[in-house]
Design a protein around this ligand. Structure first.
Ligand SMILES: [Zn+2]
Length: 503
């Protein structure tokens, strides 16, 4: 940067400060020219006494964390000493302080489906769930298959977003699977991944070409693995319960065939392929073997797939009487177990809930590292769309606000993963896959920080949700573990006022 340019930027910065614009704290030359030189007051926050866990730096200790001017400024003994007197303080004693959580599978529904969710409500739900960054899926209306729509999402995010919004573009035009989207110009417009999520490219030659282009542009390809001719019009997992309930079944092979296809094409092209929302034991087995051969694949799992099973579609009584018994923190004899009827459409999602063996395999895959990333597949739908017969309801459930708790319960409290390994699947792993500078508390990094209490018990209340939609299967569930603050770029995007009064 030329000296003259630096002078101009400083002038702009000082002018912004006089206007008390928050922009002054977000941009400018803090990194080169610390804000304290330019003004008498710093925008600082000191988090004290928390257990700081940063898997990217292998850090796990009780420590203070100082945030200044939107950046991580100090960690440990130095933090309190360096904090300016005007710094806000947040007592994190008894809580975990970690890099801001990232959810790389979120349907914000904007543009075009704002009755279900908007940029404002979706990102508010993300912040409340402890997420500071998300990747929005491109199956909107219109689809994110051109640079203009990418620019629109960036603008919406800048205006209404509570958290960082990264954008995925489609693999094919309109996600229709017939013609490749302009992958190069999507990359130029700022997408960090491509996916036809909600659908799956059925033409293997087209998928091969998409992977080759994606490799040229260093973009990961996220695949919703679903073989259409096997799945046809299935609405739930094919097995005992689909037969008992008289619902059309969706065979596990409908997912596994495409996981196998993707493994073969990853080997053929060398492109980075990421399998979304894995739901079957066979998928985990295939992926484990592929990763052992060193192929460039990654995968994600969603809380509903590693908590619930297809027995839940038969109603709460059947679920708690069978597969629900093994859930940690849920004693089948308890009188306040959540209840729901058979054919409840909040248990209809794509891919569908598997059986108990599938759930066990997903948990095992998460524990042994076969599955790298945790994600919600937050898929809001209007109540009138869901309040129809099971066959006719759209697939999908909301998930941003319950995701952390369910992951803590099924992985940490159930002693399958350490806290550090769990946090890695929400932070450094998705950041690396997407190539975004997030997921770490390194000095100088963006001050995206999540504070959560892993022991806090709470009940998920429909009326307290920030999402515009109410299609979660977990209302009324007593959960263990909760985010209490989400800090984005040094600013509190959400804080639980009942626990941090005055912040
Ligand atoms: Zn999907």
């Amino acid at each position: 940067m030329l000296v003259e340019e630096i002078r101009i930027e400083i002038k702009i910065k000082i002018r912004n400060r006089k206007r008390r614009s928050p922009v002054a704290f977000r941009c400018g030359l803090e990194f080169l020219w610390p804000g304290c030189i330019l003004g008498p007051r710093m925008n600082a926050l000191l988090l004290t006494g928390g257990r700081v866990i940063d898997p990217a730096n292998h850090f796990d200790a009780l420590a203070d964390l100082l945030i200044c001017e939107g950046r991580i400024a100090a960690l440990g003994a130095e933090a309190a000493a360096k904090a300016p007197p005007e710094a806000k303080r947040l007592d994190a004693t008894g809580r975990v302080v970690c890099p801001g959580l990232i959810d790389l599978h979120v349907h914000l529904r904007e543009p075009g489906q704002t009755a279900k969710e908007t940029m404002a409500t979706g990102t508010a739900a993300a912040a409340r769930g402890g997420f500071t960054s998300l990747l929005c899926m491109p199956n909107t209306a219109p689809a994110i298959d051109n640079s203009g729509t990418v620019a629109l999402i960036h603008e919406l995010a800048a205006t209404h977003g509570r958290v960082n919004v990264f954008v995925a573009g489609t693999i094919t035009k309109n996600g229709a699977g017939e013609e490749l989207a302009p992958i190069g110009s999507l990359k130029q417009a700022g997408v960090v991944a491509i996916t036809d999520d909600g659908r799956c490219v059925q033409n293997h030659e087209m998928m091969r070409r998409a992977l080759e282009y994606a490799k040229m542009f260093n973009l990961p390809v996220l695949d919703h693995c679903q073989e259409a001719t096997l799945v046809t019009d299935g609405v739930m997992h094919e097995g005992y319960w689909s037969t008992a309930l008289g619902l059309r079944g969706w065979p596990a092979a409908g997912e596994e065939l495409i996981v196998a296809r993707d493994i073969l094409l990853a080997e053929l092209t060398g492109a980075r392929v990421h399998c979304q929302h894995l739901s079957t034991a066979g998928s985990v087995r295939l992926l484990r073997a592929a990763k052992q051969r060193g192929l460039p694949l990654t995968a994600e799992a969603c809380p509903h797939h590693f908590t619930l099973t297809d027995a839940a579609v038969a109603g709460s009584e059947k679920f708690w009487g069978t597969d629900g018994q093994s859930l940690v923190a849920f004693d089948a004899a308890r009188s306040d177990l959540p209840a729901w009827p058979a054919y409840d459409t909040n248990f209809k999602m794509n891919p569908p809930l598997g059986d108990a063996a599938d759930r066990a395999a997903i948990l095992e895959g998460l524990a042994d590292g076969t599955i790298d990333i945790l994600a919600s597949d937050h898929a809001p739908h209007c109540d009138y769309e869901k309040q129809v017969e099971f066959d006719y309801a759209p697939f999908g459930v909301t998930g941003l606000e319950t995701e952390l708790a369910l992951a803590l319960m099924q992985l940490y409290h159930a002693k399958r993963l350490s806290l550090g390994d769990l946090i890695a699947k929400f932070t450094v792993a998705p950041a690396r896959l997407l190539g975004v500078p997030k997921g770490t508390l390194s000095l100088g990094a963006d001050a995206d920080v999540t504070v959560f209490d892993p022991e806090l018990e709470w009940v998920f209340d429909k009326s307290a949700s920030a999402s515009k939609s109410i299609n979660s299967p977990f209302y009324g569930w007593r959960l263990k573990g909760k985010a209490v603050a989400a800090i984005v770029g040094g600013q509190t995007a959400w804080v639980d006022q009942t626990r941090f009064a005055g912040v």
